[in-house]
Every structure is written in structure tokens, then in C-alpha cells.
Design a protein around this ligand. Structure first.
Ligand SMILES: Cc1cc2nc3c(=O)[nH]c(=O)nc-3n(C[C@H](O)[C@H](O)[C@H](O)COP(=O)(O)O)c2cc1C
Length: 444
């Protein structure tokens, strides 16, 4: 039985039909990954393998709705190539059906292919992938907006989007990167939805460093971008924003909020407030705590010169800032001013313009023990943010005094009323981001 060599990472592509599945398999094989492909029929497997004839590949037939059969197929590939570093779930039942046209059983059958197979595959492989401390799971998504003529697929694609978030929450902390590639159109070679172009997203997601992980990429028709005047009726789906990375589109349904605590202290009340915000974030807000503020070197313009790579800790922090749609800060006051660590981080963000135009809010959590209510720290925070070009969202800045005895065992604020205030602050900040996206921007 041949096992994967240490320098030969492997991938498994489930749903390896002609189109995205085969293109992704080819893209990965070209980079030197061993590839196992799974498809329902022998003919599809053979076709995929002939496209992979120059590479180290294995094809196995399995119906993704057959839980035991799918697990066996995965095990067969693992036996040959070892635990994969990348799992791609691309199986889907692509059919036209309007509401009321399918029987209940037909809906369940579609759901089994579109969603349940992904659950089976991910939960089967994730435990062994986590043992390696690294790995990527990518699910092919679609239909950023439900389409009435494709009801079962719209439901399935909404399902895998939610599933990816659940998998990310479950496995992300152990080092697995979970993402969806949402294809907002019909795949066809030579069009804006060329499968080879789409396959690039999978490769890029697989090679992302943890600090730059994206969780959803939307591939859409770049020709349908709204005209600069905004007059075009052929526009991007309403939940797609304009930030772009080559041909990539990022979802506008999710608001990514980076949480920055000004205190590195174990048991910090400020960090506890932000941890609480992260825990309360609803599905459409991805709130992530910035780690390692204290690991940043002291800002020195000489170490931030054009063309010179910055310190890796700075690069990682900048990547997190760049990825965020907004920033929520919670900081104590030290010696009558902003703590040096957070000011230092903000100084580093000025160099790459990371905070320029970025919506930022804060929660001032200083408690009764703070004589000035940390007013000086927040005054200087506002001043530094202004220098950094950030957009301070006034109606999302809150004063929520917290005393240390309000922090529960999970390192979160336990008081329900205060939790509500923290959650509301986060949502006000996210609303400001959404207003910007829809152009309904307020000037207050
Ligand atoms: C060296 C030092 C200086 C401080 N200076 C101030 C201050 O000027 N104003 C203030 O309101 N609190 C001050 N504090 C109190 C902190 O703001 C307070 O301990 C706060 O809870 C720290 O936040 P944390 O729990 O998130 O670490 C100071 C604390 C330390 C250790």
C-alpha cells in the first residue's frame, strides 16, 4: 500500500465531472498534489482520469448519498495517498424546478447530494486532517441569491454556505481552512465562467496563509459590473461588493469585523468584551479577535520602506486589517493615554493605508475604578484614527463600563443586559458597513 510522501500533499475532489471538478483536479495535480477523484459513474471517473493521465491520480466511483459508500471511497484514496491536505466538495444536483414541482422525496434527494454528502465527507476526513494541524476544505457554492427556477439547488447552495460556516467554526481553531467558492452563473468554457478560471480560486484558497484566510469567494461575471454612474441595470448580485482580487469577488453578505483589544493582559476586561462580541455575532457578521498585538516590533519607518518586506508579524496584522470590513476596538487607558501597544499597531497600519477609509468604532469599557473614564485614551484614539484616515462610526461607539467581576468562566461578560449592549454595538458597526455597500451612506 503506497502512502503519501511527506513532500507530496494530496487532494480529494468529490464530484469530479467535466467542468469545475475536473478543472480543479487538473489545477491541483499540475501543482504536484496527488489527486483522488470521486464521481457517481464509472464513465465520469474515467473521463476525469483521462484528463489527469499525466499525473498521480486515483479515481473511485461513489454516490455521495450513500454514506457508507462515500466513506469507503474516501478511505480508499487515503490508503493510497494518505490524509489529504485539501478536500473539495463539488457534487451537486443541477436541475430546474420551481416551487411545488418536486415531491418531498425529490427535495430530500436533492438535499442529500447538495448538502448531506458534504457533511459526510467533511466529518469523515476532518478529524484526520486536524491531526496534521493543517488542511483546507472547499465546497462549491452557487446562487448568492435564490433563483425561483432552480429551487432545490438554491436551497442546497444556501445550505452549503451555512455548512461551511459551521465547519469553519468547528475545525478552524484546529487549523483547518474552510471556504466556499460561490459560482454566480452557468459554468461554460470560454465564458466568464470558464472552469479553468474558476479553478484558480480553489488553488488560491488552498495556498492562503491562516492570517489571510477567506471564507467565501464569489465568482461572477465581471462584464456585469455596474457602470460607474450606477445607471446600469445589469449589475452584480446585491450581496456582492466591489472589492476585487483579480477576477475574484468577495461576498457582501458577510461583514467582517476585526476586534482589537488594547490590553495583552491575561484576564483582560477589554479582551473579554471583544470575546463576548465575537460570541454574540450573528451569522452575517464574522468577528475575529486580532492576536499578537504585543508581538509587533516597534514602528520604525526605516523598516517600512518601499519594496522591503515588513516584519512577518506586521504583515500578518496588516493582512487581517485589509481583510476586515470594519474594526472594533476595546482598549484601557494607561498612564493617561492610549496604551503603547495599540498605538504602535495603528502606526504600522498607516504605512500601507490599511485603515484608510475603514469604518472603526470602539467600546470604552473602563469601569468605576477609572477616574476619568479613560477619556484621554479615547480622545487620543480618535486622534490617531483620524491620522490613519479611518472612518469613525460615531453611533457605534459605546461606553459600556465593565468591572472584573462581570467576567465569567468562558472569559466573556456574563451579564445578559451588558451582553445585549455589546452585541448591539457590533451590529451598529456592521450596519454602517452595509449602508456603505448599498450607497445609503449617512453623513452623520
Ligand atoms: C500601569 C497602569 C496605568 C494605568 N493608567 C490608567 C489611567 O491612566 N487611566 C485609567 O482610567 N486607568 C488606568 N489604569 C487602569 C486600567 O485601565 C485598568 O486596569 C483596566 O482594567 C485594564 O484593562 P484590562 O482589564 O483590559 O487589562 C492603569 C493600569 C495600569 C496597570
Amino acid at each position: 500500500m503506497m502512502k503519501r510522501e511527506a513532500n507530496m500533499p494530496g487532494a480529494i475532489v468529490i464530484g469530479a465531472g467535466p467542468g469545475v471538478g475536473t478543472s480543479v483536479a487538473q489545477r491541483l495535480a499540475r501543482e504536484g498534489l496527488t489527486v483522488g477523484v470521486i464521481a457517481r459513474t464509472e464513465a465520469t471517473v474515467d473521463e476525469a482520469l483521462s484528463a489527469l493521465s499525466d499525473y498521480d491520480a486515483l479515481g473511485v466511483t461513489a454516490d455521495v448519498t450513500d454514506e457508507v459508500g462515500l466513506r469507503d471511497a474516501l478511505d480508499e484514496i487515503v490508503d493510497r495517498f494518505g490524509t489529504p491536505e485539501l478536500l473539495v466538495y463539488n457534487a451537486a444536483l443541477i436541475q430546474s424546478d420551481a416551487l411545488g414541482e418536486l415531491t418531498a422525496q425529490q427535495h430530500l434527494d436533492a438535499w442529500a447530494v447538495n448538502v448531506v454528502g458534504a457533511i459526510t465527507a467533511a466529518t469523515h476526513l476532518a478529524p484526520q486532517m486536524m491531526q496534521h494541524g493543517t488542511g483546507t476544505i472547499i465546497i462549491t457554492g452557487g446562487m448568492p441569491e435564490p433563483r425561483p427556477e432552480a429551487t432545490s439547488l438554491s436551497l442546497g447552495k444556501a445550505g452549503v454556505r451555512a455548512l461551511a460556516k459551521l465547519l469553519a467554526a468547528a475545525y478552524g481553531p484546529a487549523g483547518l481552512h474552510v471556504a466556499t467558492v460561490t459560482i454566480a452563473g452557468t459554468v461554460a468554457p470560454g465564458t466568464e465562467f470558464d472552469p479553468d478560471d474558476i479553478a484558480e480560486h480553489y488553488w488560491r484558497l488552498y495556498t492562503q496563509a491562516p492570517e489571510a484566510w477567506e471564507h467565501e469567494v464569489i465568482h461572477t461575471d465581471l462584464r456585469r459590473r455596474p457602470a460607474p454612474s450606477g445607471a446600469s441595470s445589469a449589475s452584480l448580485p446585491p450581496d456582492t461588493d466591489e472589492r476585487t482580487n483579480g477576477a475574484l469577488r468577495q461576498s457582501g453578505t458577510t461583514v467582517r469585523v476585526l476586534l482589537i483589544s488594547g490590553s495583552s493582559r491575561d484576564g483582560s476586561t477589554n479582551t473579554a468584551v471583544l470575546r463576548t462580541a465575537a460570541a454574540l455575532a450573528p451569522a452575517e457578521i464574522e468577528a475575529v479577535l486580532l492576536e499578537g498585538l504585543g508581538d509587533l516590533p516597534l514602528f520604525n519607518p526605516d523598516h517600512d520602506a518601499e519594496g522591503v518586506p515588513v516584519d512577518p508579524a506586521v504583515a500578518a496584522m496588516r493582512a487581517q486589517v485589509a481583510r476586515a470590513d470594519a474594526i472594533l476596538i476595546c482598549t484601557p487607558e494607561y498612564a493617561g493615554a492610549l496604551p503603547a501597544a495599540i498605538k504602535n499597531a495603528l502606526e504600522w497600519t498607516i504605512g500601507d493605508g490599511g485603515t484608510y477609509g475603514k469604518p472603526v468604532a470602539w467600546i470604552n469599557a473602563s469601569g468605576a475604578a477609572a477616574p476619568t473614564g479613560a477619556a484621554d485614551a479615547h480622545e487620543s484614539l480618535a486622534k490617531v484614527l483620524a491620522y490613519a484616515g479611518a472612518e469613525i462610526i460615531g453611533d457605534a461607539c459605546s461606553r459600556i463600563p465593565i468591572s472584573r467581576n462581570l467576567i465569567g468562566e468562558a472569559g466573556q461578560v456574563s451579564d445578559p443586559e451588558i451582553r445585549g449592549q455589546i452585541g448591539a454595538t457590533l451590529e451598529r458597526l456592521a450596519s454602517a458597513v452595509k449602508r456603505t455597500r448599498t450607497g445609503d451612506r449617512r453623513d452623520d
